[in-house]
Every structure is written in structure tokens, then in C-alpha cells.
Ligand binder design. Structure first.
Ligand SMILES: Cc1cc2nc3c(=O)[nH]c(=O)nc-3n(C[C@H](O)[C@H](O)[C@H](O)COP(=O)(O)O)c2cc1C
Length: 213
């Protein structure tokens, strides 16, 4: 049974969140087409227990130096490994977020810091180049933003300003995941008169993507 891992980053999931609506349109259509798949959801804005904090950096340095972890570090390491293994063992990834300050919400960045682990998601070859270890996986990125970054009428420079989607795509590529698509709901704050139309269009795209994912 394929495993779908949803990494969701929004502090609230109440009605009225366009991010939540975009996700619901996608996932409901996905489930209709794939009723037997296992779907695991983490809202990392609510719970992300393994940030790149003092203990995580100490583990990183001790692993490099090949020295033993203390008891607290070993506990943190073992619990975090379960989340990393969950990521490695999933078949499909769904990343869901609003754009915050041209980037991903901080907790989603924190999640990526956690899964970017040599020997789990990538390794270094004999020349020191990083090589992705996750193969035959798919990812979809569902993102909302107040401004326009991807529509054909917007300034060509706008696309470069969406650091969130570019970063996510690059990090997954480094881990070997190249089957990457995005669905954007964007421009609702920039053009509030057309917000309903913009969102309806994005929700249709999300439903279509859900059938094809
Ligand atoms: C703190 C904060 C920062 C934001 N930064 C950006 C931004 O850099 N670019 C942008 O287009 N929209 C930005 N927005 C707008 C949100 O991305 C947009 O309103 C999104 O649709 C919110 O989704 P929601 O309805 O699920 O809350 C920001 C919103 C907040 C709250």
C-alpha cells in the first residue's frame, strides 16, 4: 500500500485558510482515486520536535568526529530517527504551505533540516559530491501567496522571488527526488476583486493534480 506523507505548515487549519482549502481539494480528489493509500499528516507548525538546535548541532559534530553521544543526545537522535525513517519509507510527499516573506514557513525549513541527513537521504561519493538516495518518489508542492510569482502576466523576475518553491525543489533534488510538481494559489491579496476567481481556478488545478498524483 503506497504511503503518502503530508508535510503541512500553517498555524491554523480552520475554515477560511486558503492553504487549507487548496490542500483539501487536492487530498480529497487524491483519496477518491486512491482510497487504499496510507496518508500520514504532520502539521509542523503545530509540532516539530527536532529543530536544528544546540543538541542537534552537537550530534552533527560528534558524528563527524565519530565520538560517542551523551544520554540526552542519544535519546534525541533515536526519536528523530523515527521521523527520518518515516520520510525515507514514504512513496509520495505533499508539501503544503503559505508563502511567508518569500520563503517557506520556518517550521517547514526546520523539517527539511531534519531530513537532510547524510546516510539516510543522501551520501557523499568518493569525490565528495553529494548523491541523492531517494529514488522512485514523487512530490507535489501546494503553496498559497498574496502576490503573483508564476502567472504568465507577472514580471519575469517575480518567479525568482519565490525562494520557497525553488528551495524545496532543490533540496528534494539533492535527495534524489526529481518528480516534482507545484500547484499555486496566488495573487489574492494583490488583486482582491478577483480573489474568488483565482482561488476557484487554483482549487480546480489542485483537484486535477490530486487525480494525477
Ligand atoms: C507573516 C506573513 C508573511 C507573508 N509573506 C508573503 C510574501 O512574502 N509574499 C506573498 O505573496 N504573500 C505573503 N503573505 C501572504 C500569504 O502568503 C497569503 O495571504 C496566503 O494566502 C495565506 O494563506 P491562508 O489564507 O491559508 O492563511 C504573507 C502572510 C503573512 C501572514
Amino acid at each position: 500500500m503506497p504511503k503518502v506523507l503530508v508535510i503541512y505548515a500553517h498555524p491554523e487549519t480552520a475554515k477560511g485558510s486558503s492553504t487549507h482549502e487548496l490542500y483539501k481539494h487536492f487530498i480529497n480528489s487524491y483519496i477518491e482515486k486512491n482510497p487504499d493509500d496510507e496518508i500520514i499528516v504532520h502539521n509542523v507548525s503545530e509540532y516539530m520536535p527536532f529543530p536544528l538546535n544546540k543538541i542537534a548541532v552537537s550530534i552533527y559534530n560528534k558524528n563527524l568526529a565519530k565520538t560517542a553521544l551523551n544520554a540526552d543526545e542519544a535519546r534525541f537522535n533515536d526519536s528523530r530517527q523515527q521521523w527520518i525513517d518515516e520520510f525515507v519509507n514514504a512513496d509520495k510527499y505533499v508539501f503544503v504551505n503559505p508563502m511567508y516573506n518569500l520563503f517557506l514557513p520556518a517550521e517547514m525549513k526546520s523539517y527539511i533540516d531534519m531530513i537532510m541527513q547524510a546516510h539516510d537521504t543522501f551520501h557523499y561519493d568518493k569525490d565528495g559530491n553529494s548523491v541523492g538516495d531517494l529514488h522512485h518518489k514523487k512530490v507535489i508542492h501546494l503553496q498559497t501567496s498574496g502576490g503573483n510569482y508564476h502567472d504568465s502576466n507577472s514580471n519575469p523576475d517575480s518567479k525568482i522571488q519565490d525562494l520557497a518553491d525553488q528551495y524545496l525543489c532543490m533540496m528534494l533534488h539533492l535527495m534524489g527526488v526529481d518528480d516534482y510538481t507545484s500547484v499555486f494559489a496566488e495573487g489574492m491579496d494583490h488583486d482582491p476583486l478577483h480573489a474568488i476567481e483565482i482561488l476557484d481556478n487554483a482549487y480546480n488545478n489542485a483537484e486535477k493534480a490530486g487525480k494525477e498524483f
